[in-house]
Design a protein around this ligand. Structure first.
Ligand SMILES: NC(=O)c1ccc[n+]([C@@H]2O[C@H](COP(=O)([O-])OP(=O)(O)OC[C@H]3O[C@@H](n4cnc5c(N)ncnc54)[C@H](O)[C@@H]3O)[C@@H](O)[C@H]2O)c1
Length: 315
């Protein structure tokens, strides 16, 4: 089987000094990509800074015969994000792939979540993705080629104590889907990953059966496969979120149940039809706002919803 390679491609992986990002950087470099290994060198809670993790991964890549440069900018800072992209342009002359991986979690009950910590987390884990992508975007538009892989998480299903993290990771899905539609005409594909891997957070657990299980079954390299595919020229997807960990790959999707249609529905009618409304036996996976409007219009009995709303896709 012909290997899916990245020769001639330049990739920026943020937060690549540890865990998942490191595995992504190694995978892409081993298959021919030139890498910018970005990492601020923060602790698990996002605090602190060190140039060492990024430099060390660059040394590892070089020792394995790959090409890489280090970058220690904070992607949560708009100028830092732009500088990380500039590093790719200065070192390798182009940017083809952005893997927005930098992020961290901070658990705190919502009622007591400090405002500055909430903003800091969203500022790195969500806005960092925005700033890096926005800096790379014009170059990708000009090249009429780009692959963007963002990092969401299972926390979007609901993770108590992690309101900031879950919100940031859900915001990434909305961003990913908007950029998939905006990027289509420029050959830019934008997807997300919901990874699972035993990284330094798990490594810090006390010895236990759970820790051993996670360390054995969830090495970051197994999750990296999905990033490799989504970053590749052959990637057939855009606007999707791929679940990846331990060798299990699946699709996370956003859809709507068929629900009920009754123009005269009342609050009581809603209550009495709740089972039907919530029944996910029949549902539609929706790719865009326009598709959602068409779906709704069809349910409401419009004869030709596709004629009414086709222009929305182009907005
Ligand atoms: N490990 C999992 O199972 C899992 C699950 C879901 C989502 N994720 C997400 O995957 C990503 C990587 O997770 P990980 O487990 O490898 O974490 P990790 O803590 O091992 O690595 C994250 C790296 O990001 C860097 N970083 C943090 N803030 C940064 C900033 N402002 N600028 C540049 N770099 C920064 C850190 O220094 C660190 O090296 C994160 O976005 C995380 O939320 C991980």
């Amino acid at each position: 089987m012909e290997q899916m390679r990245f020769d001639g491609r330049v990739a920026l992986v943020t937060g690549a000094g540890n865990g998942l990002g490191r595995a992504y950087a190694h995978l892409l470099a081993a298959r021919g990509a030139h890498l910018v290994v970005n990492d601020i060198g923060a602790a698990l809670d996002g605090s602190g800074a060190s140039e060492l993790p990024a430099k060390q991964v660059v040394e590892e890549i070089k020792a394995a015969g790959g090409q890489a440069v280090a970058d220690a900018h904070d992607v949560g800072d708009r100028e830092g994000a732009a500088a990380a992209v500039q590093r790719a342009l200065d070192a390798f002359g182009r940017i083809d792939i952005v893997v927005n991986n930098a992020g961290y979690g901070l658990s705190c009950p919502f009622a007591r979540y400090p405002a500055d910590e909430f903003q800091r987390l969203v500022g790195v884990s969500f806005l960092g993705t925005v700033w890096v992508t926005q800096a790379a975007w014009p170059h990708m538009q000009k090249a009429r080629y780009g692959r963007i892989v963002n990092t969401s998480s299972a926390s979007v299903y609901g993770l108590p104590g992690n309101s900031a993290y879950g919100a940031a990771k859900a915001a990434i899905l909305g961003l990913t889907r908007a950029l998939a539609l905006e990027g289509a005409e420029f050959g830019i594909k934008c997807n997300a990953i919901s990874p699972s891997a035993a990284t330094r957070g798990v490594a810090a657990f006390p010895e236990s059966e759970l820790r051993t299980f996670l360390m054995n079954y969830l090495p970051p390299e197994r999750a990296a496969v999905a990033v490799g595919y989504l970053a590749h020229e052959d990637c057939a997807l855009s606007g999707e979120c791929i679940v990846s960990g331990g060798g299990r790959i699946a699709r996370m999707f956003i859809g709507q149940t068929d629900g009920v249609v009754d123009p005269d529905i009342t609050i009581e009618g809603l209550r009495d039809n709740l089972d039907k409304i919530m029944d996910s036996g029949r549902f539609e996976i929706l790719k865009s706002n326009a598709e959602a409007i068409r779906y709704c219009a069809r349910q409401l009995g419009f004869a030709h919803p596709e004629r009414l709303f086709f222009t929305l896709d182009k907005r």
